[in-house]
Design a protein around this ligand. Structure first.
Ligand SMILES: NC(=O)c1ccc[n+]([C@@H]2O[C@H](COP(=O)([O-])OP(=O)(O)OC[C@H]3O[C@@H](n4cnc5c(N)ncnc54)[C@H](OP(=O)(O)O)[C@@H]3O)[C@@H](O)[C@H]2O)c1
Length: 324
């Protein structure tokens, strides 16, 4: 891909910051960096420019919890009118013990996907993604189902129990942390990342043919701010222990490299979830083959649930129109 314009979300710390830094090192012409507040992301852009001696960073305010903020960011991108070649949907968070619901009625760790969906669909509708654009969204290894302390909800069983088998309704309930969802922080995070993997697969079927999307787990990189809301046991026991074990953690710079690696993947693997090898949290990435990740009914249910919660749909197929 020609290293022209990239947009990275969640750059005020951690992997988004490291990715923006690495993109500058690879010679990208412009890197739009986003953060919840303009002041903070301007600071981030200035720091990145000083560290890389580059003048390639454009700060953009984007709070993914707030639909009006996504709309304002989209309006700014439309005004500038230049297409994006690499859309890196990195922002995300590990939720805390207390359930947090955004003003838009979405569980906090699920909210970045809703904002990312609104942003991506807005860019697609405005034709602001290059014909061969690459979209990478941050997944995480718990979506595989083999990470201790982070198990996800059995969506099919949850749907059968509460929604007469309707998986779209079940996933919507998880995204909103509604009346039937029992909130547990680690489970909410694992559910959020599983729904992201399904969403990417469903988006791949809707993208124009030259574009591609991948969910990518950056791997275990505890030296970011990701665990700021995490439980004391996770923060002060599990993570320090994991850091002592060889091969269990990596630097934010190495983790962020996975995003850049994926930006070079082809359309043949669009929609796949790339992560460390099964049961691993670092090392090389590969496409995951777990049957639950490839379950088309769950992928489509995730898409429809996100469409319902976000209020926007997209299809590039001829004769179908986007639903506002
Ligand atoms: N570090 C790891 O071990 C690891 C492992 C697997 C996956 N991941 C994923 O990697 C991504 C980056 O995490 P990180 O480790 O770099 O954590 P981090 O240091 O906490 O960075 C997260 C970034 O996302 C932003 N963000 C979160 N929610 C947002 C929202 N609703 N709207 C706008 N911005 C939002 C944060 O901004 P604020 O500071 O304003 O909240 C921050 O800039 C996440 O998706 C995470 O789930 C990380």
């Amino acid at each position: 891909m020609e290293h022209s314009t990239a947009l990275v979300t969640g750059t005020t710390s951690g992997l988004g910051y490291a990715a923006a830094h690495a993109l500058a090192g690879e010679g990208w012409g412009e890197i739009i960096v986003t953060g919840r507040s303009l002041a903070r992301v301007q600071e981030t852009a200035a720091k990145l420019a000083a560290e890389t001696e580059g003048r390639v960073f454009t700060p953009l305010e984007l709070d993914l919890d707030t639909p009006s903020s996504v709309q304002s960011a989209l309006a700014a991108l439309v005004e500038r009118g230049r297409p994006i070649d690499f859309l890196l949907l990195n922002a995300g968070m590990v939720p805390g013990k207390a359930r947090v619901i955004t003003e838009a009625g979405v569980e906090a760790s699920q909210a970045p996907l809703i904002g990312h969906h609104q942003l991506t669909v807005g860019l697609l509708r405005a034709k602001l993604l290059s014909p061969d654009a690459r979209i990478v969204i941050a997944g995480a290894e718990p979506a595989r189902g083999d990470v201790p302390l982070f198990s996800f909800t059995d969506v099919a069983a949850f749907a059968d129990k509460h929604f007469q088998g309707d998986r779209t309704a079940a996933i919507e309930d998880l995204v909103r942390s509604g009346p039937n969802a029992t909130y547990k922080a680690n489970r909410a995070y694992a559910d959020a990342k599983l729904i992201i993997a399904w969403w990417a697969a469903a988006l791949a079927r809707r993208l124009p043919s030259g574009m591609a999307v991948y969910a990518v787990a950056p791997g275990s990189a505890p030296d970011t701010k990701a665990s700021r809301n995490a439980s004391a046991i996770l923060k002060w026991l599990f993570i320090p222990l994991v850091k002592l074990l060889p091969g269990m953690t990596q630097t934010p710079q190495i983790a962020a490299r996975r995003y850049l690696q994926a930006s070079e993947f082809g359309t043949d693997v669009s929609g796949q979830f790339f992560a460390s090898r099964p049961k691993k949290l670092t090392g090389p990435i590969e496409a995951m083959s777990h049957p639950h990740l490839h379950d088309r009914a769950s992928q489509e249910a995730a898409w429809q649930a996100v469409v319902k919660v976000s209020g926007v749909d997209f299809s590039s197929a001829p004769h179908s129109s986007a639903v506002p």
